[in-house]
Design a protein. Structure first.
Length: 457
């Protein structure tokens, strides 16, 4: 059993602090709740409308009055905000508002919860869970504050996810799911193995009950000259975010060549390369490609935000992260970006055994497939009766011809070796084409017809 301090700051997600308290209590932990004055305003309605939450609040809430009254007792060795910090094994700031994050970084402590957070010993961990409007999250000063917190050992920031806000806006800034907060808290406490996610030591109910895996598949293109960094990040991504296929490349030339034939669900690239090339070239390539419309891009740099031009990049919806990279934070960011941006586009994972047929000539062409690993053979029957064959290799798309033309399959495709694929939902792509000028669809159909004629020659 651990002693956990939950700290709520002002924001529409303040009621989630009560949910977190409820989960920790159910797992057998001793929990205390602190809340800023603005947070209490958001907590009022849920507390008054649910008797169970009112009881929970009254049992675990620690009022600021204790701090005020302490100054009238003239008693040494009894300062409440210091005692609270020493009492807890872990603190969870949820939600963490832009205002509170700024105070933590600036060294301010003008309310009791922030004062307590400041007094928590450096040997302990504070899990910080931001939640705010996308423009507030991407504000350059807020991003600088996040960088400062990430550079410490005491604070562990959970990068928010893309989602719909109370304002109706959509973008990155949504609070991460409850299970993520619980799991990261238990990892910080040492109750979950930081690598495997297995339970190390716990009471009647294991924290692994909360462990969830992201089953949203996608392809991540990782471009950086540092082989050790790429290996470490790839390993951590594949451990934490299930069904992610990482393409790890060391040069921009390789990355640009790969993107000419393949599509990525997310791109993370360094800005500087020893060859003199710049990651901005990759950004421009992605942002000018309609087929990569909406693909999230994250850039990293040893330079400061100002030197790297982070604001100019932000106008292109590019996320900036300073080096050295805070590994847990960037993995959390990738998980959020992948989860919200590519689930619909990436489709459903599937496996083919060697020799198994994916589709046959004459079948309906309602689906597109992305080959993640393995090899496929395409067999095209020509007018002469001769069979023309060629291979589809890792990273390529198959089945797009029939989808664009609306005709039946013109070839049979079978697995040469065991293959892992994504069956892509074509509804999103069809909707995208419907919103484009009519000539774009005609160009695509003309190109497809020419490819088919070339295959039959």
């Amino acid at each position: 059993m651990a002693r956990i301090l939950v700290i709520a700051t002002g924001g529409v997600r303040a009621p989630s602090a009560l949910e977190i308290v409820e989960k920790f209590v159910a797992d057998g932990h001793e929990v205390r709740l602190l809340a800023t004055g603005h947070a209490l305003r958001f907590l009022l309605i849920p507390i008054l409308t649910r008797l169970g939450l009112l009881r929970l609040f009254l049992r675990h809430f620690r009022p600021q009055a204790r701090e005020t009254l302490a100054y009238f007792t003239y008693r040494w060795m009894g300062v409440p905000h210091v005692d609270e910090g020493k009492w807890c094994d872990l603190a969870v700031v949820v939600p963490a508002s832009s205002n509170s994050l700024g105070k933590l970084v600036a060294g301010l402590a003008d309310n009791y919860p922030v004062l307590v957070t400041r007094g928590i010993p450096r040997s302990k961990r504070v899990v910080v869970v931001p939640s705010m409007n996308p423009e507030m999250w991407l504000d350059p000063f807020l991003q600088r504050n996040i960088d400062e917190l990430n550079a410490t050992i005491k604070y562990r920031v959970l990068c928010p996810s893309p989602g719909e806000m109370a304002s109706g806006d959509f973008g990155i800034g949504a609070q991460v799911p409850m299970d993520t907060i619980i799991n990261e808290s238990y990892r910080a406490l040492g109750l979950l193995d930081p690598w495997s996610g297995d339970t190390i030591e716990f009471g009647d109910r294991a924290p692994s009950d909360h462990v969830t895996s992201d089953t949203s598949p996608t392809t991540l293109l990782l471009v950086d000259e540092d082989d050790e960094f790429r290996e470490k990040l790839s390993s951590e991504i594949e451990r934490v975010i299930k069904l992610v296929h990482v393409i790890s490349l060391g040069t921009l030339t390789e990355a640009k060549t790969w993107l000419q034939k393949n599509a990525a669900g997310l791109i993370l690239t360094s800005l500087e390369f020893k060859t003199g090339e710049s990651g901005r070239e990759l950004v421009e390539m992605v942002r000018s490609n309609p087929l990569l419309d909406g693909c999230p891009v994250v850039v990293t740099s040893l330079r400061s935000r100002a030197e790297a031009g982070a604001e100019a990049l932000a106008k292109k919806d590019v996320h900036f992260l300073p080096k050295p990279i805070n590994l847990p934070f960037v993995v959390g960011m990738i998980a959020g970006l992948i989860g919200a941006s590519t689930v619909a586009r990436q489709g459903t994972p599937m496996t083919l055994a060697a020799g198994e047929v994916l589709f046959r000539k004459g079948d309906r062409g309602d689906e597109i497939y992305h080959l993640l690993s393995g090899r496929l053979e395409v067999s095209i029957e020509q007018d002469t009766g001769r069979i023309k064959r060629h291979e589809i290799t890792e990273g390529e798309i198959i089945g797009e011809l029939a989808f664009v033309t609306g005709e039946r399959r013109s070839a049979t495709v079978a697995a040469i070796s065991e293959c892992k694929l994504l069956r892509i939902d074509t509804a999103d792509f069809a909707d995208y084409l419907a919103r484009q000028p009519a000539w774009l669809g005609r160009i695509l159909k003309t190109l497809v017809d020419r490819v088919r004629r070339a295959d039959l020659d």
